[in-house]
Design a protein around this ligand. Structure first.
Ligand code: SF4
Ligand code: SF4
Length: 212
């Protein structure tokens, strides 16, 4: 996915082009925060765990969903019809591949999936990191970090709520959230419509998102 700049090229001249790069570049800019935190404290999710993904469907903003929709349909060129109505009969995330226990869109996973095991929480007593207790029958690598360890650290500790706020500030209209399956289906349809318009007219039609 390093070549996202090339992959989004067909949308150049539309607002979608800028939106995709905005959220992608934001994800890239925060990677260092998490990797430094993880390496400093020896935090790592067990390979192919996915227990958290089996327990919820993420709520995502427009920008998060747009990048996922783009990645699945333009980069991976997958049939995503399985997403339609997913939430009506499932509690798990639709992007978890049940056979491999891997995320189908890991490179563009939403912010909650990035901070869940790699960021501290802000509490009234300061920062807190309690680790993950979902994968109890697996090697436990997402351990609790004591408040003393956190305070003594000289690195920047990523704080969960800050990333959630920041993603909403990337665009002033990027505030509403929807369940991932609904949002990705909706935006995939809008991307497909835009592809058709661009192919037929060659025009750089604006594609301003509607918070529908
Ligand atoms: S260790 Fe916890 S946070 Fe990491 S993948 Fe497993 S359930 Fe999710
Ligand atoms: S988007 Fe990927 S990482 Fe996030 S809950 Fe779904 S499967 Fe898990």
């Amino acid at each position: 996915m390093d070549g996202i700049e090339e992959a989004v090229a067909p949308f150049r001249g539309t607002s979608v082009f800028g939106d995709l790069l905005t959220v992608w570049n934001y994800y890239r800019s925060i990677e260092h925060d998490f990797s430094e935190f993880e390496s400093t404290f020896g935090i790592a999710c067990p390979s192919r765990c996915g227990r958290c993904c089996e327990r919820f469907i993420p709520d995502v903003t427009y920008l998060e969903a747009l990048l996922i929709a783009f990645y699945l349909t333009s980069v991976k060129k997958e049939d995503i019809s399985y997403l339609d109505g997913w939430g009506l009969s499932h509690d798990s995330c639709p992007l978890l591949d049940g056979s491999t226990k891997r995320c189908r869109a890991y490179a563009v996973r939403p912010i909650i999936c990035r901070v869940f095991c790699s960021a501290a929480s802000q509490t009234k007593n300061g920062l807190s990191f309690r680790g993950c207790h979902l994968s109890t029958d697996m090697p436990h690598m997402v351990r609790e970090i004591s408040d003393k360890e956190l305070k003594a650290s000289h690195i920047r500790i990523p704080v969960m709520s800050e990333y959630g706020e920041k993603i909403r500030q990337l665009q002033e209209w990027n505030t509403e959230t929807k369940l991932l399956d609904e949002a990705v289906i909706e935006l995939s349809a809008k991307l497909e419509l835009l592809r058709r318009i661009l192919a037929e007219s060659g025009d750089d039609d604006d594609f301003t998102p509607q918070a529908s």
